[in-house]
Design a protein around this ligand. Structure first.
Ligand SMILES: N[C@H](CCC[C@H](N)C(=O)O)C(=O)O
Length: 282
């Protein structure tokens, strides 16, 4: 039997089991992640976050992310804010800003004096191979939007990567948006060989949006950090949101503030909360 200590944390209700892989000999490929993720018979979380050592120069930690279905993915924005708070609370670093290696790039989370966390999420990517998605013969790479056809309906979507893949569509009202059925269908649409996170964005004005996200491998979550970044990038590119100025993203679980302009890194600021510490034998 293995004994494993962990912290339960969340970023705006997007919740995590966080494990210190520098102190535990933890193998994510044999651990029962999907069983632990179950909210009735397990611990209950959207993603499992793993802190690991890295041998890369100028990088403090490696950050690995596993969805509730057990799939390992490239990025998690809400998780990044919890990651830096966990690292500080566990005494793994005394830095306020750490440099973190993920499967698809470097991010820099920073603990602010006001208790919020700001993360440099790096640059968005727009090429088909970045997500990946399959380009149709009548489309060009780097288009602002693409028409994704699902059964007899079609949706005009922005397609981009924040390290993980996102498809963002504009809706008139997030409350009535077809999140459950379109989210589930588009998440596994054949155009996305590694599936995709599906965002439903309602633009209120140049500095405010509402957003719901049906996450790959987890379903609709209370909030999605990379989804909020992808929505703001999409809105700025479409000329609907202010470039280089804070945009307030209202998610089910609370607000994130995102800043982006063409060619720049995406900056995300929001809360990170530790709920409890736990131990599990498996
Ligand atoms: N479901 C995502 C990973 C978690 C992203 C989300 N929780 C965030 O805060 O960015 C994916 O499969 O790419």
């Amino acid at each position: 039997m293995n004994k494993l200590t962990f912290s339960k944390m969340h970023g705006l209700g997007n919740d995590f089991m966080v494990i210190d892989g520098t102190r535990h000999n933890f193998d994510p490929h044999t651990a029962p992640i999907a069983a632990w993720a179950d909210r009735h018979t397990g611990i209950g979380f959207d993603q499992l976050l793993l802190v690991e050592h890295t041998d890369k120069a100028d990088v403090d930690f490696r950050y690995r992310i596993f969805n509730a279905d057990g799939s390992e993915v490239q990025q998690c924005g809400n998780g990044a804010r919890c990651f830096v708070k966990f690292v500080a609370e566990q005494g793994l670093s005394d830095k306020h800003e750490i440099i973190v290696e993920t499967a698809k790039g470097i991010i820099k989370p920073r603990l602010n004096d006001d208790g919020l966390v700001t993360v440099n999420m790096g640059q968005p990517r727009f090429q088909p191979e970045d997500l990946p998605f399959i380009l149709r013969s009548n489309e060009q790479a780097g288009q602002l939007t693409y028409i994704v056809v699902q059964d007899l309906d079609s949706a005009e979507m922005s397609l981009l990567s924040m390290g993980n893949p996102h498809a963002v569509m504009l809706v008139g009202d997030v409350e009535t948006a077809p999140v459950a059925d379109w989210g589930a269908a588009l998440q596994k649409h054949p155009r996305f060989p590694e599936r995709v996170n599906v965002g439903f964005m309602e633009v209120l004005d140049k500095h405010n949006i509402k957003l719901r996200v049906y996450e790959r491998g987890a379903g609709e979550t209370q909030a999605c950090g990379t989804g909020a970044c992808a929505a703001v990038v999409s809105g700025v590119r479409l000329g609907l949101l202010a470039a280089g100025e804070p945009v307030r993203v209202q998610l089910r679980g609370g607000d994130l503030h995102i800043i982006w302009s063409e060619g720049e890194d995406v900056m995300m600021t929001g809360a990170a909360v530790k709920v409890f510490d736990g131990e599990i034998a498996y």
